[in-house]
Design a binder for this molecule. Structure first.
Ligand SMILES: Cc1cc2nc3c(=O)[nH]c(=O)nc-3n(C[C@H](O)[C@H](O)[C@H](O)COP(=O)(O)OP(=O)(O)OC[C@H]3O[C@@H](n4cnc5c(N)ncnc54)[C@H](O)[C@@H]3O)c2cc1C
Length: 382
């Protein structure tokens, strides 16, 4: 596979880096402290086409192939110091807009995709429940079919964008005797539907500008047209969206690893101790060399998985390998950078401690590291 960037991809990357550095990064530290979702910047991202990167232009998207999508997201992760905002964009795009594009009816696509792509609608993926996230398909939320459609009752938790979302991609059990195959149905539900309540909003360690919360569905009536895909196909709809999320979201991590590497190098070249630059100590230079090796491996895995995403019907194992490796390496890169920067790295004003706080959730959301290892082991016949 040849991953040399085309002129278009290089221009796209440079344009997004410039936009992110100039428009999105200023004020990121203060917004993190205030846990503030920057709606104005969200709309600017929409104007740039970020919320619709791989969606076809006929539905208002940017129309990029999966590899160009990850190159764009890598640029966003590198240039944007507001990782919570980037996470909001990715959760909306990869777990909501992509499944609507892939599995929605023509009517659903025409109704929602243009406004999802330009950011005028915000979406939330509602899967996890208070009783368990990893064992997602044993969900308690029920959708009972009746003459007018479905009555949905249940509670979802830890849903990114939930407090600000206009639209939910909601998963509910339509057949409690079944699970992944045939038991779950996906629904597209507008937040003003009677019975749809935005519940508790959570404070969190990192990604603090992405609001996260609970959604409560109390005998919510929805029409048959709200079904995304077919009744009983929610398992595969979710799995497909997770393949996109696991591969494309970690492109943001690759960009952040590049940003951290540059921080570490810059500090090592300028900080002196014992009469020389700390980069002259092998303990520091080798740590930085290892960061570079892990960054290149992470980038290659991500580009390769994105290329497969565009050509194969299922990339479950590649998505798991990529997500597992890159999310764990990002945490190491942030820890190494803090160690290299010593006390400065620990201080809020140097922005690296925020990168570490933001990185930790990467081994939890979109399936924990343990679950990625389970998936890989299963593909290996274990
Ligand atoms: C920042 C953030 C954003 C999120 N955004 C969303 C969102 O937008 N929508 C949404 O629906 N959810 C979202 N989530 C929820 C996320 O998907 C779940 O937290 C995750 O799937 C883990 O579920 P859990 O928290 O219930 O942990 P549990 O499933 O209870 O797991 C607890 C621990 O047990 C381990 N474990 C569980 N089962 C096994 C097993 N079979 N083998 C080995 N280890 C196992 C887990 O790996 C973990 O270490 C988000 C979470 C975070 C942190």
């Amino acid at each position: 596979m040849d991953f040399s960037l085309t002129d278009d991809q290089r221009n796209l990357r440079d344009q997004i880096i410039r936009f992110a550095q100039n428009e999105l990064s200023p004020g990121a530290r203060d917004r993190d402290a205030a846990q503030e979702f920057p709606h104005d910047l969200w709309l600017k991202c929409g104007d740039m086409g970020l919320q619709g990167l791989p969606i076809p232009q006929e539905y208002g998207g940017t129309g990029l192939d999966p590899l160009s999508t990850v190159i764009a997201l890598e640029a966003l992760g590198y240039g944007c110091e507001d990782s919570g905002l980037v996470f909001s964009v990715c959760a909306h795009l990869l777990a909501c807009t992509v499944p609507l594009w892939k599995h929605g009816s023509e009517e659903q696509k025409k109704k929602y995709l243009p406004r999802l792509c330009n950011g005028r609608l915000i979406a939330v993926n509602a899967m996890t429940e208070p009783e368990g996230g990893s064992d997602a398909f044993s969900m308690q939320t029920r959708a009972v079919e009746n003459e007018n459609g479905f009555t949905i009752k249940g509670t979802k938790i830890f849903c990114s964008n939930a407090p600000v979302a206009d639209l939910a991609i909601l998963y509910a059990s339509t057949n409690p005797d079944r699970a992944f195959i045939g038991g779950i149905t996906a629904f597209v539900v507008e937040s003003f539907t009677p019975g749809y309540t935005k519940g508790q909003k959570f404070e969190k360690m990192g990604l603090r500008t992405c609001p996260i919360g609970e959604l409560v569905f109390d005998d919510m009536e929805v029409s048959p047209e709200s079904v995304l895909g077919k009744v009983g196909t929610g398992g595969p709809v979710f799995a497909d969206s997770m393949e996109w999320e696991r591969i494309c979201l970690v492109a943001v991590h690759v960009g952040k690893m590049q940003w951290l590497l540059e921080r570490a190098i810059d500090f090592a070249k300028n900080r002196s101790a014992f009469g020389k630059k700390i980069g002259d100590f092998q303990a520091i230079s080798h740590k930085i060399a290892d960061m570079k090796v892990r960054l290149e491996a992470a980038r290659l895995l991500t580009y390769r998985a994105a290329t497969l995403l565009g050509t194969r019907s299922s990339v479950g194992m590649d998505a798991a390998i990529t997500k597992l490796f890159v999310s764990e390496e990002l945490i190491k890169a942030a820890q190494d950078t803090i160690q290299i920067m010593g006390g400065y790295g620990f201080m809020t004003e140097y922005d690296v401690e925020r990168a570490l706080r933001d990185s930790v959730a990467g081994t939890i959301y979109s399936g924990t590291s343990e679950m990625q290892r389970n998936i890989i082991a299963k593909w290996l016949g274990l």
